[in-house]
Structure formats: C-alpha cells, structure tokens
Ligand binder design. Structure first.
Ligand SMILES: [Zn+2]
Length: 235
C-alpha cells in the first residue's frame, strides 16, 4: 500500500513542499533527497522507491540547490543539508532582521522531515546526492581541509570515477563497501567541533545508520546500483 504525504510551508512568498512516499510494508530504510536541482539523485531514488517500495522523502522549493527567501532586505539562502542541528542553523549566520522567522521555519521543516523519514521501524537513512562542483569528489577528503578533517577512513578504487562514492557513519558499512571495492568515506564519530548541521551529523548524534550515495550528474546506472546496494546493506 502506497501513500503520498505532502507538507507545505511558505515564508516571504517562497513555497516549500516536503513530500513523503510511504509504504505500509517497507524495509527498514528510508531514502531522502534534499537538494532539489540534483535531478539524477532524485530520479534514481524515485525509480527505486516505486519499484522496490522503499519510503522516499524529498524537498521542492524554488528549483535551485538551496532554499532562497527574498525579504525586503535582500535574500537569504539556506542549504537544506545544514539545518539538522541547532548549531548548524546558528552557523548559517542569518543576519537579516527576519532571521527569527526563517530559523523558526527551518526548525519546523527539520521536524517534519524527521517525522517522515524515521516513521515506525525505520532506522537507516540513505541520502542521495549529485556533485554540483567539479572540485567536490572523494579526493576532497584527502586534499581539501574543509572536508578532510571529518574523515576517519577513506577507501578509493581508482577504476571508479572519484565523483561516485559513499559517505557513511558506521564502520561496518565502511568495511563492507571497502571489501566490495567501492569508493567510500567513513565519517569520524560525532564531535561538536565538526558539527556543520548536516544530516550525517544528526544521524551520528542519534545513532542512526546513515549512508550517503554521492554520484556524478547523469551517472544514472551507477547511482541506482549504489542505492540498491545501500538498501541491501541495511535490510
Ligand atoms: Zn546534494
């Protein structure tokens, strides 16, 4: 049995829709797509959700990667993958005088998505992304200090594009994916120092199994294969 639940928010004329496709008899993982313009991630996750009956939550707003609010004082741009802890929201440093309204809304959005993705027996989150920046790939966890300080361990298969990789929070998943020779990064255990408000940090804090499937735009086959493997691991 399939059910589609939609929650709608609006602030300063900007609409935000959170949609959840839910199944009564599902496996214990949930798919999520936070960045609206990452179309390969969204289409791959939707196809697998409908074929394999895996719950899927996604966000739609202005069509861009970030949520953009236009206020009288300019615009406020929010990365929906930085709202998962209060510290993350604080770090957004919203200086606009309408900041309190935006912060309250972000907390509501967070609560809604958590309610959807962790419904009933779900204890694993598979987050699906595409690389929008050529400099962001698994090698960034080696070379770029912005990313490398969160990596506990990295495994690279040189025959796979560096844009196609997993990012996980549990060592058992890292070891399994390494054994299967996928590109994979293991996040360090939670430390407030690197709390950037991302969903992986929320999952670390709350002891939820988290697997991020990151692929190049248009690598549909690879992304779908990686999502299916992640579902298999969590089942
Ligand atoms: Zn993304």
């Amino acid at each position: 049995m399939e059910e589609k639940r939609v929650k709608y928010f609006s602030l300063y004329g900007q609409a935000i829709f959170i949609t959840n496709i839910w199944y009564k008899f599902y496996k214990n993982c949930s798919l999520i797509c936070l960045h609206e313009n990452e179309y390969t991630a969204y289409e791959s996750a939707l196809e697998i959700c409908l074929c394999e009956k895996i719950p899927f939550t996604y966000l739609k707003s202005s069509g861009s990667r970030n949520i953009v609010f236009k206020t009288q004082n300019g615009s406020i741009e929010i990365d929906p993958n930085r709202i998962w802890t209060d510290k993350g929201i604080e770090n957004l440093l919203i200086s606009d005088k309408n900041a309190n309204d935006v912060i309250a809304l972000l907390k509501e959005i967070r609560k809604t998505i958590i309610g959807f993705i962790l419904d009933n027996s779900i204890n694993s989150i598979i987050s699906v992304h595409n690389n929008y920046n050529k400099n962001f790939n698994i090698l960034a966890y080696y070379h770029n200090p912005v990313y490398s300080y969160v990596a506990e361990n990295i495994h690279i298969n040189k025959n796979i594009s560096s844009g196609n990789f997993y990012y996980v929070t549990m060592r058992q998943d890292f070891e399994t994916l390494k054994e299967l020779n996928y590109n994979v990064v293991l996040q360090k255990p939670y430390n407030a120092f690197f709390d950037d408000g991302s969903l992986s940090i929320y999952c670390s804090i709350n002891n939820i199994r988290y697997i991020n499937v990151e692929s190049n735009f248009n690598d549909y086959n690879i992304q779908k294969q990686m999502i299916s493997k992640a579902i298999e691991l969590t089942s």
